[in-house]
Design a protein around this ligand. Sequence first.
Ligand code: SAM
Length: 282
Amino acid sequence: IKPRIAQKDVTLHILKTFGIHMSKKLGQNFLIDDNVVDGIVSAAKVAEGDTVLEIGPGIGTLTQGLAEAGAHVTAVELDRRLLDVLGKTLDGYDNVKVVHGDILKIDISQEINKEKYKVVANLPYYITTPIIMKLLEDRLPIELLVTMVQKEVAERMAAKPGGKEYGALSVAVQYYTEPEIMFIVPPKAFIPAPAVESAVIRCTVRTEPPVKLESEKMFFRVVKAAFAQRRKTLANTLKAGGLEKELLNQVLAQAGIDGMRRGEQLSIEEFAAIANAWTNLK
Ligand code: SAM
């Protein structure tokens, strides 16, 4: 049995042995609380034989928890210096494959060709949104994403209409998945301690879209326009987003939506109604 990496003394020892100075630029904040690792593994309901994509294994802290739960893990790490470390810390776990690469650039389907898998990660915070959007937009066969993100980002992902957290990210995440904030993680669970609180969020990928769309492209165009200038009315933001003045009133009437409202008040269904009306009347 190997010691759990998610402990302060073990982590410091590994970093010292390999002479690693953690990179702020790469979002390196490593977990040192093994309750958090266990919490993530159970939030992802990881079971023997599951296939898991991990993003940014670091020194293998979460990877170890996933491997011990019996998952087949493919872990993608950008920092070349960590490959040797991972070779050692994860030595003996035959169910782990480490891939060197940038998660935003690699072809994930080349690395995992399974019909279903889970994504489990303590994400590098400087690229949280691009990573989540790439995973969702590429329509990979992912059933569940359990990620550690900044608390504020988790709140935006799960936000309902009406508040200031609700925006294009909320709509996109909720179009593809059903998000649930699982638990909050304090800065002291990491080294170095980040400046912000974190949260583990579970996004269960929908098998059917929540709304029927004539054009997904139009739906995201409407959402983007509506949130581009949050203080303006819907009518004005849609015009700025390219909806011709002559069509505007017809689109809003067909969708049954008052143009004086603001984007942050609209539900996914209402965005869909506008997008479908625009597509049909165009
Ligand atoms: N999983 C470890 C843990 O929980 O302690 C480390 C998490 S740390 C927050 C984020 C990790 O992502 C770092 O190891 C960092 O080098 C890696 N990383 C940063 N950018 C990346 C990218 N574009 N592709 C893959 N990994 C990346």
